[in-house]
Design a binder for this molecule. Structure first.
Ligand SMILES: [Zn+2]
Length: 130
C-alpha cells in the first residue's frame, strides 16, 4: 500500500520538557526512546506487521473505515500504530507501537498530557468498534 511511505520515523527537534505526572513522563520516555531507536532496519518485524495490519483495518473494517475516511496520512500513521499496538501479543511490540504513535503526536507539538489523553480516547473508541 502506498500509505506506508511515511512509516519511517523521523528524528524531530522539539521540547523535551517532561510531563507533570508519572504517566506522562513514561509516555515521553517511550516516545523519546522510540525516536532514538528509529532506524527502520531495527523496527521489530512483529510490530511492523501489526502496524500494517492496522492500516488494513483502517481501510477495510466496516465500522472503522467509514469513521477514518479522509484523515490525513500522518493521522493514519498514528491510528495504524495504535491499532497495531492493540493487536500485538508481545508487550515489547505493543510498547514500541504505542511509542511510535506517541512520538508522532509529540512531533506535531502536542504536550505529553494531550498525546496521552488522545491515545487513550482513541484506544477506547477502537476497543468499542473492533
Ligand atoms: Zn504506516
Amino acid at each position: 500500500m502506498s500509505s506506508t511511505a511515511t512509516c519511517t520515523a523521523r528524528p524531530a527537534a522539539r521540547s523535551t520538557a517532561g510531563g507533570s505526572t508519572a504517566e506522562e513522563d513514561l509516555l515521553t520516555v517511550y516516545a523519546e526512546a522510540f525516536e532514538r531507536d528509529a532506524d527502520p532496519e531495527d523496527f521489530p518485524l512483529e510490530a511492523m506487521i501489526a502496524h500494517e495490519y492496522g492500516h488494513q483495518i483502517l481501510a477495510r473494517h466496516p465500522r472503522i473505515a467509514t469513521r477514518v475516511a479522509g484523515v490525513s496520512e500522518a493521522s493514519e500513521e498514528i491510528l495504524a500504530s495504535l491499532l497495531g499496538a492493540m493487536l500485538c501479543s508481545e508487550d515489547a511490540d505493543r510498547v514500541t507501537l504505542f511509542a511510535k504513535a506517541a512520538a508522532e503526536l509529540l512531533d506535531r507539538g502536542q504536550s505529553a498530557a494531550a498525546a496521552n489523553r488522545q491515545l487513550q480516547e482513541l484506544w477506547e473508541l477502537f476497543e468499542a468498534l473492533l
